[in-house]
Design a protein around this ligand. Structure first.
Ligand code: C2O
Ligand code: CU
Length: 553
């Protein structure tokens, strides 16, 4: 493989959206940030120069980073902050994933504006499992917040108040024609008639799942999260935050101007206040068509409505993995570690810091993750005790009817803690995530794993049944992904082989849930050989702001 170098200058940039100008962190003054392009087998070094006002870290979402968690990026999990006026070089190795993945900040909610696509082309001498497209286009869907997002986030967390809500979505940085002050800057993609394009879609929205459609055009979804899937012919997609999709689009229409549109998908039972559900649009324009009578683009009539759970499930349930000689499907048949993890919103009693006496937390198996001032990776590598414990529970200590519509007393049995799960090298792992409903509104939780892709072998509605549900597992053509929604009031079963030693974060990719504690860490131990062991740390890691735990130089 080849080696590429990128310089990422992080700095405060003035952006104007929806009639408001403000300073936000960007990379190289681009919003969305720069695209990284590589072939499978390549290595990319990204030198991050933090010229902004606060510390950040970056994460390469969907890149496995084999044996090298040192470059994975989540703050307090694999590193501490890259402080202002310092720099840090990430090494990103593309070994397994192929298609579209992405990168984003992984400290507070800076990722709202610090994100970009990563294009991984087939490795030297291999091809797409579909005819070569005539062209390609990257579509990054994101969200726009008013005010100073990180300041508000910190304040809300300190006061145990609801976390900020976005005011609009963006397509390639712009909210589009249908919202105030935005018409002139609407994003336009100019295409030629009679071609097939590869559309690379990234959901970089901070806090929502989304529908996406293009008026007058069918979509053929061929890839997801850097893996190929069996083609899905559809008129819309639903995409969770963190997910990426590769889509073929044939330009066979004659009207000239079409809207590409995205709209929030909410799995809740009713609309949440505070979010403007106006559609976010961009324009697909056929080259050579400039007639004024065509100046109003057609809106996609197949874009599902905000609460259309059925449309979302129909799409999600149709995703199947594609087995090719280059990318064989190898689902582990025998399982050495089985875990059952509940995924829930809880309320816990809080100390004097909050006025109402209780605060909202999120949890995995009743543990709400607590960040420590030293990252888990360095604590593990240097054997520093007192940072985390190794008893992330396999099974809830307290049972309740997970999906029942009641408010059990035992929700108070949720605790904050820093408990990790330790796996031996090469273990075959099955996890069943059970969505619960202990607070009145239950939603999907798009769960994301760092360092791995996993096979989605089953999902269903209601409480997981250990006797009958495994009988319906799909071990033949499950999709291999890194982010997948645990359906509200339902369960999701996944499998992977623990062959990437290191320290890897698991979390809900809705940032409000992550901030409330919906994360945990898997430590995968070294194997017997050097090639199956974690690499040593680079000579420089950003220092942690701790005095009581000295890290060896
Ligand atoms: Cu998209 Cu933990 O990341
Ligand atoms: Cu969640």
């Amino acid at each position: 493989g080849r080696v590429h170098h990128y310089d990422f200058i992080l700095e405060e940039t003035n952006l104007t959206r929806l009639c408001e100008s403000k300073m936000v962190m960007t990379v190289n003054n681009n919003f969305p940030g720069p695209v990284i392009r590589a072939q499978r087998g390549d290595t990319v070094f990204v030198n991050v120069h933090n010229q902004g006002d606060y510390g950040v870290t970056l994460h390469w979402h969907g890149v496995k980073q084999p044996r090298n968690p040192w470059s994975d990026g989540p703050v307090y999990i694999t590193q501490c902050l890259i402080e202002p006026s310092t720099n840090f070089t990430y090494e990103v190795n593309f070994t397994e994933e192929e298609g579209t993945v992405w990168w984003h900040a992984h400290s507070d909610w800076t990722r709202a504006t610090v994100h970009g696509a990563i294009v991984v082309l087939p490795k030297e001498g291999s091809n797409y499992p579909f005819p070569d497209p005539d062209g390609e286009e990257i579509i990054v869907i994101a969200s726009w917040y008013q005010g100073n997002l990180n300041a508000e986030l910190a304040e809300d967390l300190a006061l145990a108040e609801d976390l900020p809500h976005s005011v609009s979505f963006l397509i390639n940085g712009e909210p589009g024609d249908l919202v105030p002050c935005s018409k002139n800057t609407t994003y336009r993609w100019v295409v030629e008639f009679g071609k097939t394009y590869l559309l690379r879609i990234v959901n970089a929205i901070v806090d929502a799942e989304a529908f996406f459609a293009i008026a007058g055009h069918n979509l053929t979804v061929v890839g997801m999260d850097g893996s190929y899937i069996k083609p899905i012919h559809t008129s819309y997609i639903v995409i969770s935050p963190g997910q990426t999709m590769d889509i073929l689009l044939t330009t066979n229409q004659t009207r000239g101007l079409y809207y590409m549109a995205t709209r929030e998908y909410s799995s809740e039972d009713a609309a949440v206040t505070g979010f403007d559900h106006t559609n976010c649009t961009a324009i697909l324009q056929y080259d050579g068509v400039h007639h004024s009578f065509l100046s109003t683009p057609l809106f996609p009539d197949n874009l599902p409505m905000y609460l259309d759970y059925r449309a979302a499930m129909n799409f999600t349930n149709s995703i199947r993995g594609l087995d090719t000689p280059d990318h064989p499907i190898t689902v582990p048949r025998d399982v050495s570690t089985k875990m059952f993890i509940t995924v829930s919103m809880n309320e816990i009693l809080c100390n004097d810091t909050c006025s109402s006496g209780h605060e909202i937390v999120t949890s995995l198996t009743n543990i709400s993750w607590l960040d420590r001032p030293l990252d888990i990776l360095e604590a593990y590598y240097w054997n520093i005790t007192g940072i985390f414990s190794e008893n992330f529970p396999d099974f809830p200590t307290t049972f309740y009817n997970f999906t029942g519509d009641f408010f059990p007393e035992n929700i108070r049995q949720t605790f904050k803690g820093t408990k990790v799960k330790v796996l031996d090298y090469n273990e075959t792992v099955e996890i069943v995530f059970q969505g619960t409903n202990v607070l009145s509104g239950s939603v999907n939780h798009p769960m994301h794993m760092h360092g791995y892709s996993f096979y989605v072998i089953g999902s269903g509605y209601g409480n997981f049944d250990n006797e009958t549900d495994p009988l319906s597992y799909n071990l033949d053509d499950p999709p291999k992904v890194n982010t997948f929604p645990v359906p509200k009031n339902g369960w999701l079963a996944i499998r992977f082989v623990a062959k990437n030693p290191g320290v890897w974060l698991w979390h809900c990719h809705l940032d409000r849930h992550l901030s409330w504690g919906m994360d945990t860490v898997f430590i995968v131990k070294d194997g017997d050989t050097e090639e199956t062991s974690m690499r040593p740390p680079p000579s420089y890691m950003p220092p942690c702001n701790v005095s009581e735990w000295g890290i060896p130089p």
